[in-house]
Design a protein around this ligand. Structure first.
Ligand SMILES: [Zn+2]
Ligand SMILES: [Zn+2]
Length: 346
């Protein structure tokens, strides 16, 4: 702040040191692994004794889906305010956001038609919430392709099982943790398990692994796989005109259940022979982690078959294999052979 005194001298009025250091809010909340920014903000508000809706005003925002919008775009003044009051680093903030995610086209929309069979913006696994020391909402629960929990082998939910309303913690006016329904107060951790057949959970996990892998390699950007996934309701013959991201989680689970009993050509066929090969491999193994485990086992067996003098240490770590895949995908020679229908080995 600058003032001019009677003698015409310019005086800078500086903030007092005590004021600067006391900017921090009383309780600092640590972001959890894979937590959404909105989820962290709701926990931060609660821990400091403010309900989420009035907390929006603290951040200089209007009510509505303020926190869900921040997951996608964080204005500089809100970022500065959060950094000043919590000490959180820009890297940690950006790790909780979906702004730069290659999976953005597969996010559930923030708008909802309000119909029973339409999508809501966020899903949850009741068992994950129940087992969390700090119940929080994961980034992958925002994705239309994610309909199951790989840990608990069950389907996700997108509504309160008691009153059928969507998750709206951003609108909470009372001091209640975010895993309680804001309309009826139901504890979402107590929701029953959504049954899903093992082949459907497996297919869903494979689809997620394929997307994540192609997001890393950059091939997801071409949009071909994304468009195919968004057409899953039509491929499954369940909802011919609907886009995947417009359907409720239970409708999307039905699509995956039906596709789990069908050939996977709709997913694997691709003019990029390498992408097709990796998709088939992931589907055959039942996911990326099992595929890597198979490669590691094969290398280990090969090692034991060799004479002791020629043994080499197996190096089939996930990061190494992913790195090799990325290099192969980026290899200009492969791009030249890509349209020649040549067979590539993994
Ligand atoms: Zn779970
Ligand atoms: Zn409810």
């Amino acid at each position: 702040m600058t003032a001019v005194d009677d003698l015409g001298l310019t005086i800078d009025i500086r903030e007092r040191y005590r004021d600067v250091v006391s900017e921090k809010w009383p309780v600092i909340v640590t972001p959890q692994h894979d937590e959404l920014l909105s989820s962290w903000l709701h926990r931060l508000a609660y821990a400091n004794g403010i309900a989420p809706r009035p907390f929006a005003r603290v951040l200089g925002l209007n009510a509505g889906m303020w926190s869900a919008s921040l997951d996608l775009k964080l204005p500089a003044d809100v970022e500065n305010l959060l950094r000043a009051h919590t000490g959180i680093s820009p890297q940690r903030l950006s790790a909780m956001m979906l702004t730069r995610s290659s999976l953005k086209p597969l996010l559930l929309p923030l708008r909802s038609s309000g119909r029973r069979d339409s999508s809501t913006w966020l899903q949850f696994c009741p068992r994950c919430l129940a087992e969390d020391a700090q119940p929080h909402f994961r980034q992958q629960w925002r994705l239309a392709i994610q309909v199951s929990c790989a840990t608990h082998r069950c389907g996700l939910r997108d509504r309160c099982p008691s009153c059928r309303s969507r998750i709206a913690a951003f609108d909470q006016t009372e001091l209640v943790p975010q895993h309680f329904c804001i309309r009826c107060g139901f504890d979402l951790r107590r929701a029953s398990k959504v049954p899903m057949s093992p082949p459907a959970v497996r297919l869903n996990q494979c689809i997620n692994d394929i997307c994540r892998l192609e997001a890393i390699t950059g091939s997801l950007r071409s949009g071909v796989l994304v468009q195919r996934l968004l057409r899953m309701p039509s491929v499954s013959d369940r909802f011919p005109t609907a886009s995947l991201s417009s359907l409720s989680t239970s409708m999307r689970i039905r699509c995956v259940e039906r596709l789990a009993n069908r050939p996977t050509d709709w997913l694997t066929a691709d003019e990029d022979a390498m992408a097709a090969h990796w998709r088939r491999s992931i589907l055959l193994a039942g996911g990326h982690a099992p595929l890597i485990a198979q490669h590691a086992d094969a290398l280990e067996q090969k090692r034991h078959r060799r004479p002791a003098t020629s043994r080499r240490k197996p190096t089939a770590e996930l990061s190494a294999l992913l790195g090799a895949y990325v290099r192969m995908m980026e290899d200009p020679r492969r791009r030249r052979t890509r349209h020649q229908g040549g067979r590539h080995s993994g």
